[in-house]
Design a protein around this ligand. Structure first.
Ligand SMILES: [Zn+2]
Ligand SMILES: [Zn+2]
Length: 409
């Protein structure tokens, strides 16, 4: 069975998360997006965990159901500790087939930090120790490092480690999947031969229901915890078909730069300025692309094809915002979104799977153009840097005249 999964989601208990991040909204938005399986998120949080236990129906195969959506028990923690060269912040996700394992894991983790303080608790615990604790409870559970190149809070990002081995030591063998994050794609991961044994996956890191599925994984296997675990562990290319990716340039940490000065640099430019801002002369925040360059032992050409297939998408609300020349959070965009999704079946059906002529039949001209341009990667992107999101320009000025077509809505 073919299905789409988003493995990185936060609940309403996470810092900065929407109050709507509950099972009701999540399953509703999963239908709109065309996602079949979602992370239940924040499984270390006691209040959220008891809500999950009350509301999720166990399917007996390591997955759970609420309304029409399937859920997998997973959540993120933030390991903060003094590493060899100062303090490390490493974010990691824990996956489990059942509540009983989570409860045992949480009992141990509560010795290292207050699990009540947020959906993604701060633990004074080495990342390798976390893996030991989780595997100790059950080898059916596993740990996936989050957005591995993100600066300052990930295993390989600047301030992190030079390799998985350096971070996880003897427990590295239990790490069989890693998340690329919004600012990176599988092609960038393939520049590091040390990641060859690891399955690169993608998740949205959503803090609001409408951003779930910004990134996702598409499987063709039984919708079953152990089938998914196997597909990741043994890199079954016929089971994990491809990942759905943001355009990495749109991510907040793609290029190096300095937010206050509005300056950003490619890895080459950044090196030539000694990684200093050309305006204030202060140090720039190193971006994901620069970090990949630093760690890479393959050129782009050498990495070609050594990764799972992936498809870049521009989210539908951003396409609509660009066509309507308004904000993606506006009511006009939301109304148009819901009408289109109802006609198409789901956002992913429209963005990825429906044939072009069907897209043109369903969507107004400018929107159909936008979707087809996004499929072809025929767009201009102002890259993100130092926490500033990148921006996609779908239409040039002249093309915007086509907006008139939207009145057909
Ligand atoms: Zn997260
Ligand atoms: Zn500056």
């Amino acid at each position: 069975m073919k299905f789409r999964a988003d493995f990185h989601i936060h609940s309403k208990h996470s810092l900065g998360a929407s109050r709507d991040m509950d099972l009701e909204s999540l399953s509703k938005w999963a239908q709109y997006k065309g996602l079949d399986l979602l992370s239940a998120g924040d499984i270390t949080h006691p209040l959220w965990l008891s809500e999950l236990k009350r509301k999720l129906k166990p399917l007996g195969d390591g997955l759970f159901k609420f309304n029409d959506s399937h859920f997998i028990l997973s959540g993120e923690v933030n390991c903060v500790y003094g590493g060899m060269n100062g303090s490390k912040k490493i974010q990691l996700q824990i996956f489990s087939p059942g509540f009983e394992h989570i409860e045992r894991i949480n009992k141990v983790l509560s010795k290292y930090g207050d699990l009540n303080t947020g959906g993604r608790p701060l633990l004074n615990l080495e990342a390798s120790e976390l893996v030991r604790i989780v595997c100790d409870v059950s080898m059916d559970c596993f740990v996936v490092p989050s957005h591995i190149f993100a600066p300052g809070f990930s295993v390989l990002g600047s301030g992190g480690y030079g390799s998985l081995e350096e971070c996880f030591g003897q427990y590295t063998k239990y790490i069989f999947a890693a998340e690329t994050g919004l600012s990176a794609d599988p092609k960038m991961g393939a520049r590091l031969s040390c990641l060859d044994r690891v399955t690169m996956i993608s998740g949205s890191n959503a803090h609001s229901p409408w951003t779930i599925g910004r990134e996702a994984c598409v499987f063709d296997t039984a919708l079953h915890y152990f089938e998914i675990k196997n597909a990741l562990q043994y890199k079954h290319r016929d089971k994990l078909l491809y990942t759905i990716e943001f355009f990495p340039e749109e991510g907040k940490h793609y290029l190096s730069g300095h937010k206050e000065c509005g300056t950003y640099y490619t890895p080459l430019e950044s090196r030539s300025t000694g990684h200093n801002c050309t305006v204030c002369r202060g140090p720039v925040k190193p971006g994901v692309l620069q970090r990949v360059e630093e760690l890479a032992d393959r050129t782009e050409n050498e990495a070609y094809g050594k990764y799972l297939p992936f498809r870049n998408v521009m989210p539908l609300d951003e396409i609509l915002a660009s066509c309507l020349n308004t904000d993606s959070g506006s009511q006009r965009v939301r109304d148009a979104y819901l009408r289109l999704v109802e006609k198409a079946g789901s956002e992913f059906d429209l963005l990825l799977d429906l044939p072009e002529q069907e897209v043109r039949r369903i969507a107004p001209l400018a929107v159909a153009e936008g979707i087809i341009k996004s499929r072809k990667g025929d767009l201009r992107i102002y890259p993100g840097y130092d926490g500033v999101s990148g921006k996609i320009v779908l239409f040039d000025e002249g093309e915007l005249a086509r907006q008139a077509q939207l009145e057909l809505f």
